[in-house]
Design a protein around this ligand. Structure first.
Ligand code: NCD
Length: 318
């Protein structure tokens, strides 16, 4: 029996134990190696993935779609624009409609409201497994898995976890679902995580996160094995950002001078989309430490692992 048997949803990193996360990373490597060797996957029965995207997305949407197609699944994509959501239909009513037309095995939801995917997964009428592709400022669990895979592949092998590695996450922590999911998953896999941001970009509940906190990137960058830069999410800022008068790049940007302070083998990560010249300079984003393109590729393999686990557990229940 595999560690992910019975996994009926992935809407927050709390849905996977350390053992399940390690199993998903192992499966992701299997899908990568097989795919790169030219393997074609099929499903023993018709399997359908419903992508439901209410927010803009390039990487997450296309990698979920590529993952589903590589697994041999049918894919249905609905975005807010062009669907009845634009006419005011509720999320519940849209999902109920899709369950009846498409009858998906898995619904993959990106939505501006926190806990929206969790909400769908808990409805008595819901018949599909649910994966979050990012909910508001809350969580982005598959991003955390692909980041964990990227870090693991660089520094560890086999079943070893991330113990002994030091990860810095710098940027708009308060509005970042990527930060929240990574800050909870990476320590569970053994890593030591420090979040770095000016005070207005730190969440009020940061004390309850399993991380260290710093407002000084220069003080921590030299001991990090990986530094993950995050975008300032201007589209989520309500009122003033609290950053008026701050030269963000100067204090918190991954400039070439800062990257030069990093350990020889340390890596630079970014979930995308990047604001080049703000949180990361071109030389760093495209430089030898950058694993940003590997993160994007790992998004496909990780999402294959997650979708297959969700399909399998739904099949075993029906
Ligand atoms: C992020 C997101 O949408 O949460 N992007 C992603 O999924 N790779 C981060 C962001 O928008 O800044």
């Amino acid at each position: 029996m595999s560690a992910t048997n019975g996994m009926t949803r992935l809407v927050e990193v709390a849905d996977v134990s350390a053992e399940q996360a390690m199993h998903l990373l192992e499966r992701a490597r299997f899908f990568r190696d097989q795919s790169e060797a030219g393997a074609v996957f099929t499903q023993p029965r018709r399997s359908v993935i419903q992508l439901l995207f209410y927010e803009d997305s390039t990487r997450t949407r296309t990698s979920f779609e590529a993952a589903a197609r590589r697994l041999g699944c049918d894919v249905c994509l609905v975005t807010e624009q062009g669907s009845s959501a634009a006419k005011g239909e509720t999320l519940d009513d849209t999902v109920i409609t899709l369950l009846n037309t498409v009858d998906p095995d898995v619904v993959v939801l990106r939505h501006k409201d926190n806990n929206s995917a969790k909400h769908i997964s808990e409805q008595p009428w819901n018949t599909a497994a649910v994966a979050s592709a990012g909910d508001g400022t809350n969580e982005h669990p598959t991003q955390a898995l692909l980041d964990a895979m990227t870090i693991h592949d660089r520094f560890r092998s086999g079943g070893e976890d991330l113990t002994g590695l030091s990860i810095v996450i710098v940027g708009d922590i308060v509005r970042s679902r990527v930060a929240r999911s990574n800050a909870h998953l990476l320590p569970r896999l053994g890593a030591d995580v420090t979040v770095v941001a000016p005070a207005p970009l730190l969440p009020a509940d940061i004390g309850s996160w399993p991380v260290k906190v710093s407002e000084d990137l220069d003080a921590v960058i030299g001991s990090a094995d990986a530094v993950m830069a995050l975008r300032i999410q201007h589209e989520r800022v309500t009122g003033t950002s609290g950053l008026e008068g701050l030269d963000y790049r100067q204090q918190f940007g991954l400039t070439a001078a800062r990257a030069a302070q990093m350990k020889p083998n340390a890596i630079v990560m970014h979930p995308g989309p990047m604001n080049r010249g703000v949180e990361i300079d071109d030389d760093v984003a495209d430089g030898p430490r950058s694993v940003i393109r590997t993160q994007v590729r790992n998004g496909v393999w990780t999402r294959m692992a997650v979708l297959q686990a969700l399909i399998d557990s739904r099949r075993s229940r029906s």
